[in-house]
Ligand binder design. Sequence first.
Ligand SMILES: Nc1ncnc2c1ncn2[C@@H]1O[C@H](COP(=O)(O)OP(=O)(O)OP(=O)(O)O)[C@@H](O)[C@H]1O
Length: 228
Amino acid sequence: MIEMQDVYKTYPNGVVALNGVNVRIKQGEFVYVVGPSGAGKSTLVKMIYREEKPTSGTIMVNGVNLAKLRDSKVPLLRRHIGVVFQDFKLLPKLTVYENVAFALEVIEESPKLIRSKVMEVLELVGLKHKVRSYPDELSGGEQQRVSIARSIVNSPKIVIADEPTGNLDPETSWEIMDLFEKINNRGATIVMATHNREIVNTIRRRVIAMENGKIVRDEAKGEYGYEA
Ligand SMILES: Nc1ncnc2c1ncn2[C@@H]1O[C@H](COP(=O)(O)OP(=O)(O)OP(=O)(O)O)[C@@H](O)[C@H]1O
């Protein structure tokens, strides 16, 4: 489903962010990517939705080699991959409803289908009552729920999350993790870069640990394993 072979990434400034990464993630897995700051976690997850291209190596996602994928095909790839960020990245001038519907409108779904899908995912994340609110009228946790709703409205097979609890208090972080578990239980693969030791050590899943652009540990039901 997701397979990286000999992936190297050197940024234009000469920083080697990925230094020979080999990894295979099966459909339906829940994977944490951990490691110290600068280890290459974000770069690794960005490879999966083709936010960054590898300098060399192959990245197969849903049977397509992203290293060779034309830029014009990237929007098609992203329909099958949901992405959740630390800072939510909601559009401030759009309502909750519009932020979620936007992902479907760009692919020209019918208005009726858009409405039913948007309401279904907003119900799943517990925000049906906030459809008319704007992002700045919501708490951080609510904004992250909207961004999760947006990420899954296309029913993607893969959801990538880069530090999704990084801006949230502990209690809200647990609620957000419940949602990711729900999404995983519905069959989506989850790949989550995180610094949240407590969550990793409590909700035990596969842990891929990175250091200096390399995978240094890969364990089923692993631990966070760092002090910082
Ligand atoms: N766009 C970029 N241009 C140049 N260097 C970059 C870029 N993005 C990341 N880097 C560098 O690549 C290395 C890996 O960065 P990356 O963001 O992948 O690490 P990370 O493990 O996600 O770190 P953090 O936990 O701090 O988010 C770092 O040295 C970083 O400075």
